[in-house]
Design a protein around this ligand. Structure first.
Ligand SMILES: Cc1cc2nc3c(=O)[nH]c(=O)nc-3n(C[C@H](O)[C@H](O)[C@H](O)COP(=O)(O)OP(=O)(O)OC[C@H]3O[C@@H](n4cnc5c(N)ncnc54)[C@H](O)[C@@H]3O)c2cc1C
Length: 511
């Protein structure tokens, strides 16, 4: 095996232990796949980075039994959302979610919960100080060259997934093109402690408006309100348009503490005084997407596959959902029952979703630009957001609740390709919920009384698809739904002529 350490012959090597890599490893482990997670850092991330979880991610965390732990450690929950920080907020109501709210929680806490769950539930510890420096693949697997404190090692796996962030070494080694755009916006994010602050700064945010303020634009720069995090820390976010090329707007150029202090002065004057700057980083409106999410036995997910302005808080969410889409498909491949084309459906389904997020963040970058020439555009968008249908449309877009994969043959059934709602069910053993039935990461054939006759047809797939009969499927336009392990409906008994056994074969392989 190309000189690989025999102890390291794995099914899947996940490179990167951010939210994408940790989610993917959890999904794979749930399906019994032998997986290892590498990270070049010697300690877990301790920085707040993404502060918000969108409702679709909240639904996914609930489905896998992690939500209670996340809510326990969250700063707050907000019932509304924003598009480009405009003063007309959006509501998540109208998408039939049990969780129509955003969760405000620093990224390091989310990662901590995921990493602990991976260790406690599956016995998998992240291998830290392990940096992928090279890789090669052949017909049977992938060999990764990994730099470790004990020197370079070769690790061998049947598949490798690059969840290694925006500057992905995996993507670069594959030579996958990463086209996109960037303008002259430069942002700074920092975690600070304060010596002096007015009460308004320390109050717990109750709505998205508290997080955004109402007067964000100041000349050609803006500072968002300070957000209280934890242990006396506050989050500063500051952005400026019109930086000439080549100066500090360059990604990677060092941010100075003085920049952070100046940005806070710009918003608060002398009423707030920073004590210590604990962490600071630059971000831009770089909007790039990998042309291919799969090259042979190597795949890309999360920021490794797409980067964009963190507008409306979508990046972490997009990565977690890439991982949930990919996990069961890759596991099916490893476990030997994947039907033809299943693994390629990862790119086919997730690339358009990523493209749409890149597109909406580009639109938000324009709307956030405080230059006077965009005032008209902002005014029109505020009026549009006042229209319930537009408000619902944009909330569905940024929350991930509106994702509908193009499955089936143009059926009129609104559930096909969409996420299965977390219905309350009356089951033979008592009350239950759809989300709980999906916890184990298996397929689910959910039947109401009218669909009960179909149960027998799914028996040959019983090693990978659970059949559950409920008294009825309340508020649901169908009597039978086949749900994939990622929670998306891939067949219903309404409006599509495909026989159930064909759909089972398409998604769950030969019995
Ligand atoms: C200011 C700001 C605010 C944001 N706000 C939000 C928000 O509210 N909501 C939201 O959804 N998103 C937000 N984001 C985006 C979010 O932080 C990212 O999208 C998210 O971190 C991507 O997760 P990931 O796991 O794909 O990559 P990362 O979190 O970047 O993780 C990649 C991991 O790979 C490791 N790694 C890298 N190279 C190697 C290598 N060669 N070998 C081994 N390991 C390697 C790294 O050490 C790292 O641990 C924000 C981002 C910023 C900058």
């Amino acid at each position: 095996m190309s000189g690989a350490d025999a102890a390291d012959v794995l099914d899947v090597l996940v490179v990167g232990s951010g939210p994408t890599g940790l989610t993917l490893a959890g999904e794979l482990a749930l399906a019994g796949v032998r997986v290892a997670v590498l990270d070049r850092l010697d300690t877990p991330n301790e920085h707040s980075k993404a502060l918000g979880l969108q409702p679709r991610t909240v639904e996914v965390l609930a489905m896998r039994g992690l939500l209670d732990r996340v809510l326990e450690r969250s700063l707050t929950q907000v019932p509304d959302a924003h598009f480009a920080g405009l003063p007309a907020v959006m509501t998540y109501q109208g998408w039939g979610s049990r969780h129509p709210y955003g969760v405000i929680i620093p990224q390091d806490r989310v990662e901590g919960i995921m990493e602990r769950a991976l260790l406690e539930d599956h016995g998998i510890a992240v291998r830290r100080s392990h940096e992928l420096v090279d890789l090669e693949q052949d017909d049977e697997g992938v060999t990764a060259v990994v730099s470790t404190p004990d020197g370079q090692r070769r690790m061998r796996a049947r598949y490798l997934v690059g969840c290694d962030g925006g500057r992905s070494a995996v993507r670069k080694r594959l030579g996958v093109a990463f086209p996109g755009t960037r303008t002259n916006f430069a942002g700074v994010v920092a975690d600070v402690t304060l010596l002096r602050s007015p009460e308004a700064v320390t109050a717990r945010p109750r709505s998205i408006r508290d997080l955004l303020g109402s007067d964000t634009a100041q000349q050609n720069g803006m500072t968002w309100p300070l957000v209280p995090l934890q242990n006396g820390l506050f989050r500063v976010v500051w952005g400026i348009y019109g930086q000439p090329d080549g100066d500090q707007s360059e990604e990677g150029a060092a941010v100075t503490e003085e920049e952070v202090r100046a940005s806070v002065r710009m918003r608060y004057g002398d009423t707030v005084e920073i004590d210590e700057v604990r962490w600071l980083s630059r971000f831009t409106d770089s909007a790039y997407q990998a042309e291919r999410y799969r090259v042979g036995r190597v795949l890309l997910a999360g920021d490794a596959a797409h980067v964009h302005l963190p507008a409306a808080g979508q990046g972490l969410n997009l990565g977690v959902q890439d991982a949930v889409n990919l996990g069961w498909k890759l596991a099916a491949e490893v476990n030997g029952w994947a039907p033809e084309g299943l693994l390629d459906s990862y790119h086919a389904e997730r690339h358009p979703v990523g493209e749409r997020v890149v597109e909406n963040t580009r639109a938000q970058a324009v709307l956030t630009n405080p230059a006077e020439e965009y005032d008209g555009l902002r005014s029109i968008f505020v009026q549009l957001l006042g229209m319930p249908e537009v408000n619902r449309f944009l909330a569905g877009m940024v929350s991930g609740l509106d994702i509908r994969y193009p499955l089936g043959s143009g059926s009129a059934c609104p559930l096909l390709g969409a996420r299965m709602p977390d219905l309350d069910l009356e089951l033979p053993e008592g009350p239950g919920r759809v989300g709980d039935l999906l916890r184990a990461g298996r397929g689910l054939l959910l039947l109401g009384t009218g669909g009960a006759r179909l149960a027998e047809q799914a028996l040959p797939w019983k090693d990978r698809v659970d059949v559950v009969a409920a008294r009825e499927l309340p508020d649901c336009p169908v009597d039978a739904a086949l749900v994939r392990p990622d929670g998306y409906v891939c067949w219903t008994d309404a409006g599509d002529d495909v026989p159930l056994t064909d759909a089972l074969g398409t998604w769950f392989g030969r019995p």
